[in-house]
Write a protein that binds this ligand. Sequence first.
Ligand SMILES: [Zn+2]
Length: 385
Amino acid sequence: MSIRKLKADKIFDGRNFLTNKILLIDENAVVAGISEDNNEDDVEIYKGILSPGFINAHCHLELSHLKNQIEEDTGLVDFVSKVIRLRNFDKEEILHAIDVAEQEMYNNGIVAVGDICNTTDTLVQKRKSKILYRNFVEVLGFVPQFAQSRFDGIVQNVYEPFFAEMPDTSIVPHAPYSVSDEMFALINQHSEGKIISIHNQETKEENTFFKTGESKFQDFYQLINTNIDFFQPSGKSSLQTYLPKLNLPKQILLIHNTQTSEEDILFAENLAKENGQQLFWILCPNANLYIENQLPNIDLLRKHNCTIALGTDSLASNHELNILSEIQSIQKYFPHLPKEELLQWATLNGSQALGFSNLFGSFEDGKTCGVVLLNEDFTEVKRIV
Ligand SMILES: [Zn+2]
């Protein structure tokens, strides 16, 4: 069997930078080890850093046709209203945009994606894809009496077609402000031992909705002719209101977290520990800057040893599907963060968040994690394997 021997200024193995080492990859793209550099002559030599392929822990591939359709800095409530209004696009256009966006991710060194699905529009693409997907079929529904029929409809029309081909698929809540207690209960019952995700605390309004009941979401429901007079604010933050309703999943991916307080972090991590769950804090900084011009308090998450991974969100709220661009944005606002840590969020942690750490995320023997080449200042990425 022929083995490729790869060398660069540094090898990032998923956790640390290594120097004077050679990465061994077999002809099936499987990692065959890391060896000492003995100046052999059949070594491919690169300038920069070799890293395992990137993991995009949060995306909505099916919204790719919405690229450049929504202006920046609208705030989340207006953003969500616009996405709803833009739902009726030509099917061919949607499928073409999905194809183009996926190729973009591949070229940007992304090997696996956690993808939100409200439709089966991405199924054809995923069948033939070189990228591995964990599909999160999303449900919304804030009116309690429609919970069961909504849930059953999504199971039949979206979940089952995905599940038939990709059994790792799970059903997930969209966001705290769009899912009723009854719907949370149905999702929770369906999630025992599974990985789920939820858009968490993406705007101040979300916390206000639960704390006082007077937020832009009340106006939003009026706008879509939905009576929510039944709703009783809990007086607590969004996270502290809904997280206790999700005790059965084994892993929960909390997406965004721009308005998560220190108290929320401690509450969430303690509750997860009690329930034997693992939390992943998924950051999508470019989408946060696009929609609300806000960023999560990354220093606070690090202070409490939260496990962080990265996502791009969709092209409705991002100019590209590129994990390296997310890293660049974090570096701009948090220049003190060690490069190794940022790369670990983009690789190993992402693979664990999606339950794919047996395949991706680090240069450990037997993994098919892909190999990407980065320059030292993190402005360019190229696929090597
Ligand atoms: Zn999202």
